[in-house]
Design a protein around this ligand. Structure first.
Ligand SMILES: [Zn+2]
Ligand SMILES: [Zn+2]
Length: 354
């Protein structure tokens, strides 16, 4: 059985591909950090190599399933910016480069050309495909177009737009959206042994990101991290212009190496404004981050609903621009300048604010 929580459509489509013997040679699985891309890729690797005779693959009990789950299967490899290449002088495990380079892709090409060592299918997971340099992506096109038989390439990306169109067009695309809170809650209790209280809280805070919920179940610190990112939005709206711009610069510098971090921060800011908006229109009962209810209530007092909607939209636009590879620093600066001034009188009406 597939271990992934939710994403039923993606799973059904992969299962039918495999059952019909027409699995794609290259998949592009995209979605925000924590949505479950890695878990889905891992399930797919198991399904392609499981040795069980039944149709219930992956079985989780055969040698292949166990070795893949333990990260020990010789035919399943996860390639990251820290992975090996063939150049003796390179040490990507220590060079802290954010990119997946041509030398690393050359090694992947050599590896996938070999017949599987212990399983049926050689699986290479590129994580993240966002990190491919243009040069590496171009070098990879031929392999993506016609991978050697018995091999499957799985590219993970923050969005379909995060990879070159030429890469995208050579892969079967699966885009993962948020998992329903009820499904997430149930899986946390039944498959993960979470208490009802824990499951309620995580399913509420995860906003559909099953991978995040699992990680937060294991490490409570992730919840505090998320709340800290939201409070940063509160602090930035209160900050003077030069401080906001300095922060945009810092974030812009972080972008190339740590896209997921920056996107997670922007997602937290959207969450902040959504909760502020709900509170502003009298629906504090629907607020997601109840832990911040007091701060959210104070912010809600300061702005008219339409100002909050515009700000939420500005954050959303910034995410879209970054995903489309706009100039990150510029996009973030524009966002910082469009944050509403904190000095807005509490009694302001919609008319005055617009
Ligand atoms: Zn198995
Ligand atoms: Zn190298």
């Amino acid at each position: 059985m597939w271990s992934i929580i939710g994403h039923e459509r993606a799973v059904a489509s992969l299962q039918s591909d495999i059952a019909a013997g027409r699995a794609a040679h290259a998949y592009l699985i995209s979605g925000p950090a924590g949505i479950g891309k890695g878990a889905l890729a891992s399930d797919l690797a198991r399904a392609l190599n499981c040795e069980a005779a039944t149709a219930e693959r992956p079985c989780w009990h055969c040698r292949a399933c166990e070795r893949i789950a333990a990260g020990k299967h010789a035919d399943v490899e996860i390639v990251t910016p820290r992975s090996l290449c063939d150049v003796t002088e390179h040490d990507h495990s220590r060079d802290s480069s954010p990119s997946l380079r041509i030398c690393q892709i050359r090694r992947v090409e050599r590896d996938v050309a070999r017949t599987p060592f212990e399983g049926r299918t050689r699986v290479v997971i590129i994580d993240p495909a966002d990190a491919l340099t243009v040069e590496a992506a171009n070098a990879f096109l031929k392999t993506l177009e016609e991978p050697p038989p018995s091999s499957t390439l799985i590219l993970l990306a923050s969005s379909p737009e995060a990879v070159l169109p030429t890469v995208r067009s050579r892969c079967r695309a699966l885009t993962l959206g948020p998992v329903r809170a009820a499904a997430l809650r149930q899986a946390l209790i039944e498959a993960q042994g979470a208490s009802e209280t824990e499951a309620d809280r995580l399913a509420r805070l995860a906003e559909g990101r099953s991978g995040w919920a699992l990680a937060a179940l294991a490490d409570e610190g992730l919840i505090d991290e998320r709340l800290t990112l939201m409070r940063r939005m509160e602090a930035l709206t209160a900050a003077p212009r030069d401080e906001r711009l300095a922060y945009a610069e810092e974030m812009g510098e972080r972008w190339p190496a740590r896209r997921d971090d920056v996107l997670a921060e922007l997602a937290a800011w959207q969450a902040w404004w959504r909760d502020v908006l709900l509170t502003r229109v009298g629906r504090a009962d629907l607020v997601t981050h109840r832990e911040l209810a007091d701060a959210i209530a104070i912010a809600a007092e300061k702005y008219a609903p339409l100002v909050i909607v515009d700000t939420l939209e500005a954050v959303r636009n910034t995410v879209r621009q970054l995903e489309e590879n706009a100039n990150a620093r510029l996009a973030l600066e524009v966002l910082m300048l469009s944050l509403p001034p904190a000095t807005r009188p509490a009694a302001a009406t919609i008319g005055e604010n617009k």
